[in-house]
Ligand binder design. Structure first.
Ligand code: DX5
Ligand code: ZN
Length: 226
């Protein structure tokens, strides 16, 4: 698993951590966000529509009520994302990530996100190959590799997704692209090291942060994953 490239990645940069508020206490989201601001790097907001995934979470009005000094990393697990990109941008999203599986015209959606003033991300589910998005990587700020089936927190990481991360790392480095690789799902103190070694820049962690007593200690444990 440990390659020359992965060692280089590990030595050169610390993996950033984006706590997912999906596992936070929804009755006090503001407090839950403030509690991670000193140790986390981004706030990950999971938006689910009950169609693309079998779960429903929150929409633009809830996002608008959430304030943070960290970037808001909004993961849209919804069908027809083009209908909602502008609203999420207005509501305070810094990154907007849409799913490759629901877009007929990915390039148009990416442009829409950028025109709305946000950084653009595309996510792929575990069964979606890297080849489906390789051509659009140069236009992306972020590629989000799902390491579980989207829809719920607290699942186990699917090891096959690591190969996709390694392929992306190689392609991005070889072509000098600036696209960040984010991994989402099943990342905890045991799996943080393997995703970091595969070349991930940002790890999303829901239950591994918000199901712990001490959020700061949990985040530091994910960063110092040795
Ligand atoms: C799942 C979401 C994830 C989720 C991760 O569909 O996209 O962001 O919150 O939860 P954990 O870290 O518990 O696997
Ligand atoms: Zn997510």
């Amino acid at each position: 698993m440990t390659t020359k490239r992965s060692i280089k990645n590990k030595v050169e940069k610390t993996m950033k951590i984006a706590p997912s508020i999906l596992s936070a206490d929804f009755s006090k989201l503001g407090e839950e966000i403030r509690a991670v601001e000193d140790s986390a790097d981004l706030i990950h907001v999971d938006v689910m529509d009950g169609h693309f995934v079998p779960n429903i979470t929150l929409g633009p009005c809830v996002l608008a009520s959430l304030k943070s000094r960290l970037p808001m990393d909004v993961h849209l697990m919804i069908e027809s994302p083009e209908k909602f990109i502008d609203e999420f941008a207005k509501a305070g999203a810094d990154y907007i990530t849409i799913h490759a599986e629901v877009c007929n015209n990915l390039k148009a959606c990416i442009n829409q996100i950028k025109e709305a003033g946000c950084k653009a991300g595309v996510s792929i589910k575990p069964a979606t190959p890297v080849s489906d998005i390789i051509d659009i990587l140069p236009y992306l700020d972020l590629i989000l590799v799902m390491t579980v089936e989207p829809g719920f927190g607290g699942q186990e990481l699917i090891p096959a997704a690591l190969e996709k991360i390694q392929m992306l790392r190689k392609h991005i480095d070889t072509n000098n692209l600036k696209t960040l690789i984010e991994a989402d799902g099943g990342i905890n103190e045991k799996t943080a090291r393997i995703v970091a070694e595969a070349g991930v820049d940002i790890a999303v962690a829901g239950s591994a942060v918000y199901n712990k007593q001490d959020y700061k200690q949990a985040i530091l444990a994910l960063k110092n994953h040795n």
